[in-house]
Ligand binder design. Structure first.
Ligand code: MN
Length: 324
């Protein structure tokens, strides 16, 4: 496995920061950057060349903007036209050699419902934690889409996969899906479909292919009501032995659905040493990135929190390599 970081922009300083931490892989996405990226072949090639000039590789694109494929996700009248646009993005990733298309299937609502985040404290020394409590948001108002059942959302996802998997196979781009964060059965009237080991597995079984796999968000999977910290290593082995873990989000959690806090790497319910051991045991070879970090005092752009997480992760990997 190879440590990766999601960049916020493509400035000299941002790319130098990644390189100076000894990180070799960059993720485009998960930071809002994809909202502004062009998706045509030549633009992607130029971006890739720029990143490579810093001695870095683009390991994945994560989360294309909702507007590009909203109709595909909710099953709207423009679905097939938008689907063609997404297939062309996947082809372009293959043409320039970006190996993973990472995405989620949380149309309209996305990541939503945390009662505490940003600078609001809650962590050790007052560090800002992200916290969720389903009790506070289960009666939240609907979106403009009204109610959409989880079955319908899942059917739309399978419709997408049936079209996209053959393209992914042909262009050698892995499709890696993130679980629903937070893993609530429904938020704002929109059903959520990857909220347990069984429902996450269901997406893999719907369209079996070596190119249909997981953006395995360890934090979110730990938050699943049927997982929690103690069961996590077993779940890593469950998906990892199938060869389905393409990309890992690495963080720690205290609690699980319906109520949890996103905490620092070195606290929380997950034994991170055991987690890394499990990834190594199943032969996971893809990118692994810290996806969120508590907000540390004075950290304006997340660089301090991420540097702490990268250092922790590298030390763990070295420890497991040395000691087993
Ligand atoms: Mn994640």
């Amino acid at each position: 496995m190879e440590i990766a970081l999601a960049v916020r922009n493509l400035s000299d300083e941002e790319l130098a920061y990644v390189a100076q931490l000894g990180v070799k892989q960059v993720i485009l996405g998960g930071t809002g950057i994809t909202e502004e990226l062009p998706w045509d072949f030549l633009s992607l090639l130029q971006i890739k060349s720029r990143v490579e000039s810093f001695g870095l590789q683009i390991a994945a694109i994560e989360n294309i903007p909702e507007h590009i494929w909203h109709q595909v996700r909710v099953g709207g009248p423009e679905r097939d036209r938008q689907l063609e646009d997404v297939l062309e993005i996947i082809r372009n990733l293959g043409r320039v050699g970006i190996p993973i298309f990472a995405y989620n299937w949380m149309p309209t609502v996305g990541v939503w419902g945390h009662w505490r985040q940003g600078q609001a404290g809650g962590g050790r020394g007052g560090a800002g934690l992200k916290s969720f409590d389903y009790e506070l948001v289960k009666d939240a108002p609907l979106t403009e889409e009204g109610e959409i059942s989880a079955e319908e959302i899942h059917a739309n996802h399978v419709y997408f996969l049936k079209a996209a998997v053959p393209v992914a196979e042909e262009y050698n781009v892995k499709l890696a899906v993130h679980p629903d964060d937070p893993p609530a059965p429904v938020l704002r009237g929109i059903g959520r479909t990857m909220i347990s080991v069984e429902t996450y597995q269901r997406v893999l079984d719907a369209v079996p292919s070596p190119y249909n796999g997981l953006e395995f968000c360890q934090g979110t999977v730990t938050e699943f009501a049927d997982v929690g910290g103690a069961r996590l290593p077993e779940v890593i082995r469950h998906f990892g032995r199938q060869g389905k873990i393409f990309f890992v989000h690495f963080r720690n959690i205290r609690g699980k659905f319906p109520k949890f806090d996103e905490v620092f790497q070195d606290e929380g319910d997950v034994d991170q040493y055991e987690a890394i051991k499990a990834y190594m045991e199943v032969g996971f070879e893809g990118p692994i990135r810290p996806d969120h970090t508590p907000r540390i005092a004075g950290d304006v752009d997340g660089h301090v929190g991420m540097a702490f997480a990268v250092g922790y992760l590298r030390a763990l990997m070295q420890a497991v390599e040395k000691c087993g």
